[in-house]
Design a protein around this ligand. Structure first.
Ligand code: SOE
Length: 381
């Protein structure tokens, strides 16, 4: 380890995402031993001292701060990792870029397209290395889907279908805003399921199936008012609780997307299915090691959907883990993103999705919200 170059991390935010990223940094050098770089957990930052101290000790950070501006100003930090609620992404990323730090930003890039454009402008000008944590791309079965599509096995694509279904906000008693529940507060989050969940589906879709041309959407807010944790008052809810949209992709295929936090029984059901002229694939986050594949080229007497257990050393990332047949999980997608980021420091290549790539997802999210508001089709760009 001593011969490796250090990437000194300053992480901002100690919530769920702070834990997933920290776990990625902690695991990566054990499982990707050939990388030239290794992450060093230099400092973590959060407003509450007791919380940030406990987090630093639990995850192995050398030090902690309670003011992100101080963290950014430190010269022993190379990269800022943004794990805050969405309303902090732009100001932190812009300040970090101006200070010459690399940036790893949690998804979605921003609350609005305008915010995202400004972030991209500053980051490009500062020429700092950057990436956005759309982690699902790096689940081996999803990466394998990309390889199958790119190899031409599916042929012309006709349909792309994706869902992201949850059920955790059904109770009207659930407050909005504040710690843990900022995702229900439009000021903090920007949007509801569109920016939080559909953004994942859109990122994967753009990666697998190329750009989206236009969208037609509808959104619904089922619970119109909730107590706000900060003010203690009942306030209007401005996020979208559910969103459905359809679209044309630039390659001529049709897309159908649905997301909600009101699908009783579903906790994080992210699924997609792609139908091509020669083959189809489908994937389900609840069974994330499997990729379902149907190939019309198979001998007709055995033709049918096959379930590929993506755990073989020949399959993406899997030579780094256990032995064929043994599964990995959600957390490994973050380890893979760290590994790819470290590798990109060696190769000098961008680590996708970059801020610029993630701006494409913002464009679609913005068009989806605008389309639902205006009850009309919206072009992307
Ligand atoms: C929301 O519940 C959430 O945590 C998202 O914010 C994450 O991005 C998604 O991966 C899981 O669900």
């Amino acid at each position: 380890m001593a011969d490796k170059k250090e990437l000194r991390i300053g992480l901002i935010g100690c919530g769920f995402m702070g834990r997933t990223h920290s776990n990625g940094y902690n695991r990566v050098s054990n499982f990707f031993p050939n990388l030239a770089y290794r992450p060093v957990l230099k400092a973590v930052c959060s407003r509450t001292e007791s919380k940030v101290k406990a987090f630093a000790s639990q995850w192995g950070y050398e030090s902690w701060e309670t003011d992100w501006k101080i963290l950014i100003a430190r010269d022993d930090i190379d990269a800022i990792d943004i794990c805050t609620p969405n309303d902090m992404h732009a100001q932190i990323a812009i300040a970090a870029a101006k200070a010459g730090k690399m940036i790893l930003c949690e998804k979605p890039l921003s609350r609005t397209l305008e915010e995202g454009e400004e972030m991209v402008r500053v980051i490009e000008e500062a020429k700092v290395k950057n990436t956005v944590w759309y982690n699902y791309r790096r689940i081996p079965a999803v990466t394998l889907a990309k390889q199958l599509i790119d190899s031409g096995k599916l042929g012309r694509i006709f349909h792309y279908r994706a869902n992201f279904l949850q059920d955790w906000t059904i109770s009207p008693e659930l407050p909005q805003g504040g710690e843990g529940l900022w995702r229900l507060d439009a000021d903090a989050a920007g949007s509801g399921v569109t920016g939080d969940l559909l953004a994942h589906c859109i990122d994967t879709a753009l990666w697998l199936n190329g750009g989206i041309k236009d969208v037609s959407a509808l959104t619904e807010t089922f619970i119109k008012e909730r107590v706000h944790q900060t003010s203690g008052k009942v306030q209007k809810v401005d996020i979208d609780d559910a969103c459905i949209f359809h679209c044309h992709f630039n390659n001529g295929s049709l897309g159908l997307f649905e997301s909600t936090r009101y699908a009783r029984g579903h906790k994080a059901l992210y699924t997609f299915e792609i139908n091509g002229e020669n083959a189809s694939i489908r994937w389900d986050l609840h069974d994330l090691n499997r990729l379902e594949y149907y190939d019309y080229g198979d001998d007709s007497i055995v033709r049918g959907w096959r379930s590929i257990h993506v755990t073989d050393g020949d399959q993406p990332y899997m030579d780094k883990w256990w032995v064929p047949g043994l599964s990995i999980g959600y957390e490994h997608s973050f380890v893979h993103q760290v590994a790819d980021f470290l590798e990109s420091l060696e190769t000098g290549e961008p680590c996708s999705p970059t801020f610029l790539d993630a701006l494409e997802t913002q464009k679609v999210c913005e068009a989806v919200i605008e389309s639902a508001k205006s009850r009309s089709w919206k072009d992307i760009n």
